[in-house]
Design a protein around this ligand. Structure first.
Ligand code: AHR
Length: 513
């Protein structure tokens, strides 16, 4: 019956939308959680041109670099204030043997990256290169350990190598140029252990987790935050079994959710019609329900919230750009991706009672990337701009909002709101708003508990052109910039209200004092 109704609504391509929306902003609400900056985290895998070309060009490269890291990327990433970076995978992590990536580069063994296009990996970017990158940019590293094809001893020694002050591993690290240990907080014990990480059942993996986690020790004041490999999107049984079986020596459980309509035919990143646009947005925001369902299971087993939920892979996944290696997952990034990013981040901002980290896949040249590179050129994607604009929410106190903006039913039958809003409070009240409609301008009246806005600044992100053309726009090499933030001025204040006009398909972030 439910299915029939959904199908009927979808056939009618039903949309109930209000051109004028009232949003109550409860900036005085007491006891609100902090939005952990880690939900603005990122992911960098040895996959395609993410590491090589993307982050690392090597010290002898003609591309301007800082100790081998491309300079333009370092500057762009600094602006983003990336809080945490997950590495070396992904599927790659469960075939990665860290000892191959230390010591003199010329002596490092080569491996075949069998998950990602059979590319030869020369291991020139390894533990030191990754951790020094994080240190340079003030990013918290998140190490993803090999459970699928590695040994307990191998993972235990990696932890010792990175974090112990004394012993053979520390001596080896010093011989490789790093005397002082690094501080490592986040340690993933396996990745997608239900799939590329070993094709395990949740019962078997639970036992493996306990074995591996036991021997990953805290050395010299370093305290590990151990993350168990979690479910893929709708696999609630995985979460149930893990929560039931693993009760100690665990700080977080992960979850992966990709916005993809059909794994067999994912569609183009830039060439899509209106239905595909709304289908993707509706699929992206379904993460709200997926998070709620996993959180409800976690609440049953862990009412005191000792174990966090970490969405350590998320984002859009489209067909690769024509002519590129299908195993390298290189896709363009349009204003549609920016809408996905903004609407997803608004959702994450409201789940922080349990959700403590999210890592978009991936930082550069792979999937929903912040940055694209080609030779010495760099492109900041629409998704990059959303992450930069949303920086204001990092570690700010959540501010509840309430509104009803009408709903649309996508062609695939998913119902989603016609406005996305989240808010937080630090030196000002920060409000992010997205209008997903391709055609409709929305007037939004924000009403505060007590704040009488006297100083309002804002930024808007939208594509060039009108209608579908605007949401299909993207930035490209050769200086083709079609999606860029601009100052936002389309608002009026009156007492405790702030009236904002949102053009179609736009993302706006306001700072209100
Ligand atoms: O991000 C690309 C891949 O997606 C990761 O390697 C894997 O964990 C997931 O399936």
């Amino acid at each position: 019956m439910k299915r029939t109704l959904t199908t009927l609504l979808a056939t009618l391509a039903c949309v109930v939308s209000f051109a004028q929306v009232k949003v109550a902003v409860h900036e005085d609400a007491p006891d609100q959680p902090v939005i952990p900056k880690e939900i603005y985290g990122q992911f960098a895998e040895h996959l395609g041109r993410c590491i090589y070309d993307g982050i690392w060009v090597g010290k002898d490269s003609p591309i301007p670099n800082v100790d081998g890291y491309r300079k333009d990327l370092v500057e762009a990433i600094r602006e983003l204030k990336v809080p945490v970076l997950r590495w070396p995978g992904g599927c790659f992590a469960d075939e990665y043997h860290w000892r191959d990536g230390i010591g003199p580069v010329s002596q490092r063994p080569k491996m075949i990256n069998s998950n990602w296009g059979g590319t030869v990996e020369d291991n020139s970017f390894g533990t030191h290169e990754f951790l020094n990158f994080c240190e340079m940019l003030g990013i918290e590293p998140y190490i993803s350990g090999n459970v699928g094809s590695g040994t307990v001893e191998e993972l235990a020694k990696w932890v010792e190598y990175m974090t112990a002050k004394g012993g053979t591993m520390a001596e080896l690290r010093a011989a490789n140029g790093r005397k002082e240990p690094w501080k490592i907080k986040y340690l993933g014990v396996g990745n997608e252990s239900w799939g590329c990480g070993g094709n395990m059942t949740p019962e078997f993996y639970s036992d493996q987790y306990k074995r591996y986690a036991t021997y990953c020790r805290n050395y010299d004041g370093n305290r590990l935050y151990k993350v168990a490999s979690g479910a893929s999107d709708y696999d609630y049984n995985w979460t149930k079994v893990l929560m039931n079986n693993v009760r100690s020596n665990i700080s977080g459980l992960s979850l992966h959710y990709y916005t993809v309509m059909n794994w067999g035919h994912k569609g183009s990143a830039t060439d899509f019609d209106e239905d595909e646009y709304y289908d993707i947005l509706a699929k992206a925001v379904e993460i709200d329900e997926v998070l709620k369902n996993h959180e409800a299971i976690m609440d049953l087993y862990d009412p005191r919230h000792r174990i966090d939920l970490l969405l350590d892979e998320w984002g859009t996944w489209f067909d690769v750009e024509p002519g590129t290696n299908p195993g390298h997952l290189y896709q363009q990034n349009s204003m549609r991706d920016a809408m996905v990013a903004a609407m997803s981040l608004d959702i994450f901002n409201k789940h922080t009672a349990r959700l403590k980290m999210a890592n978009i896949a991936q930082m550069v040249n792979v999937l929903q990337a912040m940055i694209l590179t080609k030779g010495s050129e760099i492109v900041l994607t629409p998704t990059y701009h959303v992450f930069r604009m949303y920086n204001v929410h990092h570690d700010a106190t959540a501010v509840p909002v309430a509104f009803s903006a009408g709903e649309k039913v996508s062609k695939a039958g998913r119902i989603f709101s016609q406005l996305s809003v989240s808010a937080s409070k630090s030196d000002a009240v920060h409000i992010s708003l997205s209008n997903p409609s391709i055609t409709e301008t929305k007037t939004v009246e924000l009403e505060f508990d007590s704040l009488k806005p006297s100083n309002v600044t804002g930024e808007i992100l939208r594509g060039k052109g009108k209608g579908l053309e605007a949401v299909k726009s993207y930035n490209d090499f050769g200086g083709k910039t079609n999606v860029e933030p601009a100052a936002f001025k389309d608002f009026k204040t009156a007492g405790r209200t702030l009236k904002v006009t949102l053009p179609p398909a736009s993302v706006v972030v306001l700072n209100v004092k």
